[in-house]
Design a protein around this ligand. Sequence first.
Ligand code: ATP
Ligand code: MG
Length: 476
Amino acid sequence: MRRTLYLKFLLGYLLFGIFGFIVVATFVSNMTYEHCRRDRAESLYAEATQLADTYAADLYNSETSLETVRKQILALSKYMDDAVIWIINPSGRLVLDSTRDLSIDTEIVVEGFDPTATAGTYYITGDFFGSFNQDMLSVLAPITANYKVQGYVVIHMPLSSIHEESDELLNISYIMLIIIFLLSLIILIFFTEMVYIPLKKITSATEQYAAGNMNYELNVESEDEMGYLAASLSYMAGEIARQEDDQKKFIANVSHDFRSPLTSIRGYLEAMLDGTIPAELHEKYLTIVINETDRLTKLTNGLLTLNNLNARGMMLEKTDFDLNQIIRNTAASFEGTCRAKKLAIELVLTDDLMLVNGDVTKIQQVLYNLLDNAIKFSHNDSIIKIETTEKKNKVFVSVKDSGIGIPKEDQKMIWDRFYKSDLSRGKDKKGTGLGLAIVKEIIKAHGENINVISTVGVGTEFIFSLPKSEAMDEEE
Ligand code: ATP
Ligand code: MG
């Protein structure tokens, strides 16, 4: 494909040259010849008329001798390179000829001479009634004396000399054509530099990308569409490479997270079977095994949730619901855990009823995940505060703990799948690192935002927004 594009352009260029040549050889050649002939005829006619009005008229008025007129005409014909000048009677009898002496006795008559042959124009071409054996351009000017046409001055010029002249002019046209053809090579150079070479680079880059080499460097640095195309392409390749990378990391994480509980389950079960773990301790280790299977279930569910969220572009079943009620329910479900850790959950809710619009089960999941984190990462004997605030047509929900906090450098990553900060790892062995990724997807699907404010050793606050239901607006 690459080679033919260049060939096509070259072919176009050659066609341009050939057509140029044909046009010059036909049209321009004809035009030049026509122009030369008319030009020559005009000047010959002017000469002839002048002769007819002066010497020739004098001759017929008998004011001058034939010999004087002959000398004048001879001089003139030399000066008008190779022109043949005649004076001829209306009957066709030659009176004077610049090329030869006419003796009085030999009468030379141009048979069939017809002065009206020039009708409409002032010249004729041809052998002039059979007088020449080559084509001539002949002009006729009548000689009038005593109000009568006494004869004609005829000037002949070989057409071949006009051809010569027009050929000379035509040569200039050919030279111009060649110059233009060479100059238009510049276009070819531009095409090569600005289109062909970048295009070649782009195609070979796409070949590399198609072969999976996403890190292939494509450098087309022009500021035009080609440069833009190349930049878009390498951006695309970069994105694909990044996605592939993410995918690899994701799979590595998933495998790792599945393998470690499986390994420990197998380890404990084997130890129980071969008696390394005595029968009286079986209950303890079986509890651990159940915990590990719980973790696997949680991991699978989390992955499935995330997958569904992404795959369906998040189908939300939006309804108006009471946010306060949902918060109270979620908090209540953690009562047992809170009692064990001696934690208190403080609710600071606006009004009794706070109608918001959203997918109630998904928002409940958000609250659950946030509260779960807050409890997990809190110190014993502390307070967790859930607060709602209204601002214009939105409700902001804050879940705040005074736990271990999240280091600044980790705060961006906590939203990634499987991310767990080093700080939390020791505290929470069951965590999958999917909780916040799910939270983020859900809030994003609602077209809302979630942010984190956290200081290590002081505590963490997550704040997300939800749209108030329109029913609430009408109430106000
Ligand atoms: P899972 O939610 O599946 O049990 P997880 O809680 O570890 O696992 P996420 O909820 O996604 O995963 O949280 C990711 C990480 O963010 C946590 O491991 C922890 O390091 C940090 N984090 C989240 N919430 C808090 C918090 N309230 N206090 C301190 N660290 C937190
Ligand atoms: Mg969590």
